[in-house]
Structure formats: C-alpha cells, structure tokens
Design a protein. Structure first.
Lengths: 113, 113
C-alpha cells in the first residue's frame, strides 16, 4: 500500500542550526502538507503546497521556515535557525486532489537543545 | 470558542464495548470530516473520510456527521485492545484554497482486555 515516508525519524540539533526534514509523498498525489505536533498538544497546520508553490501557510510558518520540492519525489521542510520551541513532531502529508483525504507519514521528531 | 473541540478523555472501556467518540466545531463552512487514529509518537492514520451530513460505515467503524448541530461522531463496535490510541477528528472547508485540515485535540481511548 502506498505510504508517505519521512526521514529522519529523529533529529537532534543545536539551537541556531539549520535542519532539513525530508518527505516522499505518495507518488500520484498533487497536494503536500507539513503539520507539527508539540508533545501533548494538537496537530497544527504549517503549510500546504500545490503546483510547485505554497498555497497556504499558518502564522507558525514564519520566515525561518521554507519548503521545497527539489525533484519529482521529495518534499522538504527547512528550518533556518532552530529555536527551542521548534521541538516537536513534524508530519508530512499528501492528498490526491482538492477535497480528498490526506495521508500522513510517521513523522520526524525534532529535538532542539 | 475553539474551532474544533473533542471530549478530553481519557476514555476506558472493556474489550467488546461500543465506543462513541465525538467532536463539535464552530465553523459552518467545514464540509469534509476525517477521523484519524494516532498511536503514541506515530503519525495519524486515516480511518474515515466523509463529506457533509450522513453516515458512513467501514468494518467496525461508523462515522456520523450532523452539520445542523456541528457535531460529528465515530463509533467503534466490538472494540479491541489494539484500538487503544488517541483519536483525532479533522475537518476542512472546501472553499479554502490551501486545504488545511483543522484538528481537534484528540481523545485518548483505552480498551481493557
């Protein structure tokens, strides 16, 4: 069964460092998303991406964040200068089209020390 | 008022019980409704996806949507210990170009053998 895959599963980084979280969405999907979940809190929307551009972003997705689809299969989230409060699970998701269900990856646990 | 609310739980039931999980929401523009299951430190796993009001059944799971009351439910029949997880509702507004999904905080379910 097709699935969204994310790497790495766990990333530890020092405050101020740049991190890149990687995702391979389901192959025929057109919409891509990043969500995050701080421990014990709800899943929060960060950004959606369609047709090689950001279609929507939340208040959380400030200038420190960027997304890219560098080739036909990968979708990345970059945090330029990590802060302690960026520590969270980051989930990538994809959907086949507008108003269709989204499938999530297993997440990357980001720990900023 | 929060956009999406869920019964906080945790909810403990004996094996074989029928479980009822619920969400209320405030945005009448939501038309698409999803239920996800999330095991600890894992990604959300899609269980059900429904559009507008009505019922949908898939195996032991039944999703109900009542848009007039802004209330959705997930029923689990013949619950199993493997159903022990956090259940997340999520919803989206089809007019939203970015298609972000708004999640509830989740209800933690324990099914006791």
């Amino acid at each position: 069964e097709p699935e969204v895959t994310q790497t790495p599963s766990h990333q530890v980084t020092q405050m101020g460092q740049e991190v890149i979280l990687r995702c391979v969405p389901i192959s025929n999907h057109l919409y891509f998303y990043w969500y995050r979940q701080i421990l014990g809190q709800k899943v929060e929307f960060l950004v959606s991406f369609y047709n090689n551009e950001i279609s929507e972003k939340s208040e959380i997705f400030d200038d420190q964040f960027s997304v890219e689809r560098p080739d036909g299969s990968n979708f990345t989230l970059k945090i330029r200068s990590t802060k302690l409060e960026d520590s969270a699970m980051y989930f990538c998701a994809s959907s086949a089209g507008r108003n269709t269900e989204a499938f999530f990856g297993q997440g990357t646990r980001l720990t900023v020390v | 008022q929060k956009e999406v609310e869920q019964d906080p739980g945790p909810l403990s039931v004996p094996e074989g019980a029928i479980v009822s999980l619920n969400c209320t929401y405030s945005n009448s523009a939501f038309q698409y409704f999803m239920w996800y299951r999330q095991y600890s430190r894992k990604g959300p796993e899609l269980l059900m996806y429904t559009y507008s009001s009505g019922n949908k059944e898939d195996g032991r799971f039944t999703a109900q949507v009542d848009k007039s009351s802004k209330y959705i439910s997930l029923f689990i029949r013949d619950s199993q210990p493997s159903d022990s997880a956090t259940y997340l509702c999520a919803m989206s507004d089809p007019a939203n170009y970015g298609q972000n999904f708004v999640f509830g905080p989740g209800t933690r379910l324990s099914v006791l053998p």
